[in-house]
Ligand binder design. Structure first.
Ligand code: NAP
Length: 259
């Protein structure tokens, strides 16, 4: 399917690896020029080179922490106006509700709620002026079904979800859509780290932790960054202009609910 976005320009935050990279690859395959971002220069440059040579699009790589004012300014300065924004950052660490202090919540809110909001505020006005734009926020299945050990994530992402619900409906008349993609478990470094935590806590191997988790998913497997990226690219396409303020689960059926 032609997504109709060849020649558009996108910022994909936190995109040297994992789900962000999956989104960047799928947008590049649709002919979108990219501004990629991550903190680590080596993986970021390697990803940028791989995407340039595979998809023949322009790729600007900006090494910066997207969750800080300085890092965001660097990314925005290098990007200028863009048509597409994919918001992403690392997720908060797991833990116990009794352990989290104010500072832990502030960090999680900065990374997973206030950073996407700041980028939306910076970039959506120029999308509105041009009459077209797409914003996709990578959140988590935890906004639909809480994951107790990820309480910091549950809280911050629920806040972003509330913001998007209202804001997306305010900007839709200008041809700008804002939606959230909710990953269930996907095969990335984050999954390895979460499985590692379970393995340590339960005294089992990381393979056993993964097998246990896979057994709880109707597909009996983890999702892939490629599948995730394809869904993101569709939400950014010309065909998705009527999808507004939605929270779309990509979880292999893991969240057990009718709606
Ligand atoms: P990942 O494989 O660990 O990749 C994270 C990417 O983000 C890397 O490129 C990393 O590069 C970059 N990054 C992290 N923190 C950053 C920051 N502060 N500024 C700029 N770049 C940053 O993670 P993932 O699995 O793709 O997860 C992406 C998001 O989806 C996370 O918020 C995660 O919590 C959420 N999620 C994932 C799953 C899953 O199963 N994978 C499920 C639910 C929710 P650097 O480290 O070099 O910066």
């Amino acid at each position: 399917m032609d997504l109709g976005i060849s020649g558009k320009r996108a910022i994909v935050c936190a995109s040297s690896k994992g789900l962000g990279r999956g989104c960047a690859e799928a947008l590049a395959a649709a002919g979108v020029d990219l501004v990629l971002n991550a903190r680590g220069v080596e993986a970021l440059e390697a990803t940028a080179d791989a995407i340039r040579s595979t998809h023949n699009v322009n790729v600007v790589a900006v090494a910066a922490d997207i969750t800080g004012d300085e890092g965001r300014a660097k990314v925005l300065g290098a990007a200028g106006d863009v048509d597409i924004l994919v918001n992403n950052a690392g997720g908060p660490p797991p833990g116990m509700w009794t352990e989290w202090e104010r500072e832990d919540f502030i960090k999680a809110l900065d990374a997973n709620m206030l950073t996407p909001i700041a980028l939306i505020k910076a970039l959506v006005p120029s999308m509105i002026e041009r009459g077209w734009g797409r914003v996709v926020n990578i959140t988590s299945q935890s906004v639909k079904s809480p994951i107790a050990v990820l309480g910091l994530s549950n809280s911050a992402r629920a806040g972003l979800t509330g913001y998007v619900a209202g804001t997306s409906r305010q900007v839709a008349a200008s041809g700008v859509t804002i939606n959230n993609l909710l990953p269930g478990i996907h095969d990335t470094d984050r999954a390895v780290s979460l499985d590692g935590g379970v393995a340590k806590k339960e005294g089992i191997t990381i393979e056993e932790a993964r097998a246990r988790r896979e057994a709880t998913i109707p597909t009996r497997r983890y999702g892939t960054a490629e599948e995730f990226g394809a869904a993101c690219a569709f939400l950014c396409s010309q065909h998705a202009g009527f999808i507004v303020g939605q929270n779309i689960l990509l979880d292999g059926g893991g969240v057990n609910s009718t709606l």
